[in-house]
Design a binder for this molecule. Structure first.
Ligand code: F6R
Length: 241
């Protein structure tokens, strides 16, 4: 079941997302985390709450959705670096409790299977998601099977263009592959929180909420999950009926 929360703008969406997330900031909880522009407001609120209210992450664990193939963790646009820069370095979560898939190594598919085994042993309580303008969740592009596990994938042309802004607007610098949790992996999370803001998400939001459940819109599978909260601002909701 999808519970849709509508907000005026990005700031209000981030406030609402924090309200949902706050319930999970407790010892023993396992957070599924995302990168990209969308969660930045939520992460800023989590950092502020940690600093001002002392909310502790010492007994919280986290699993990130994805990582670019070929970027070392020292690269500023690696998702490992993103998570440290925007969240982990500002809260008290132990490094060993955090997990970001590695995009480096001889056996990426073997590493991907190991990532799923770790998640199976430590089920995610709440998975945070953004959505791509093409309806992707994590880097599961249109056409990805709904039962996929963590795997290596090619990024869609539209995703490479969307992410160009993080690589000096130079399309040749954007990695073309990623390691991503599969849709099957994401669907195992006990609860899902998806945030979508801005007009470039409006079409994907409409397909996710009102379209058929079909691999052409990977996020449409969320209609089959029992506990989903979708937070959308006015611009992202513009095409809804
Ligand atoms: C990031 C991720 C992606 C993004 C999506 C939206 O870990 O898995 O699916 O959530 O591409 O990106 P933004 O938030 O930058 O619009």
């Amino acid at each position: 079941m999808i519970n849709v929360i509508r907000t005026k703008d990005y700031e209000e969406a981030s406030d609402k997302a924090f309200e949902v997330m706050k319930e999970y900031l407790k010892p023993g909880k396992v957070l599924g985390l995302a990168t990209g522009s969308t969660p930045l407001g939520l992460y800023a609120r989590m950092v502020k709450d940690h600093q001002e209210n002392g909310t502790s992450y010492k007994e919280i664990r986290s699993f990130n959705l994805d990582e670019y193939v070929g970027l070392p963790i020292s690269h500023p646009e690696s998702y490992y670096a993103f998570m440290h820069h925007n969240l982990f370095d500002h809260i008290d979560i132990p490094e060993e409790n955090t997990h970001v898939p590695s995009g480096l190594g001889e056996d990426l598919e073997g590493q991907a299977r190991h990532y799923d085994e770790m998640i199976d042993a430590c089920p995610v309580d709440i998975q945070l998601l953004g959505i791509g303008s093409d309806g992707h969740i994590a880097f599961n592009e249109p056409g990805t099977p709904f039962d996929s596990g963590t795997h290596v994938t090619d990024l869609a042309e539209s995703t490479i263009k969307d992410n160009c802004r993080f690589f000096d607007n130079d399309i040749t610098k954007v990695p073309t592959q990623a390691v991503t949790q599969g849709i099957g992996t994401i669907m195992k999370a006990k609860a899902i929180l998806l945030i979508a803001t801005g007009s470039n998400k409006a079409k994907a939001v409409k397909e996710m909420l009102e379209g058929p459940v079909d691999v052409s819109c990977p996020a449409s599978i969320l209609q089959r999950h029992e506990n989903v909260t979708v937070i959308i601002d006015e611009d992202a909701a513009a095409l809804l009926g």
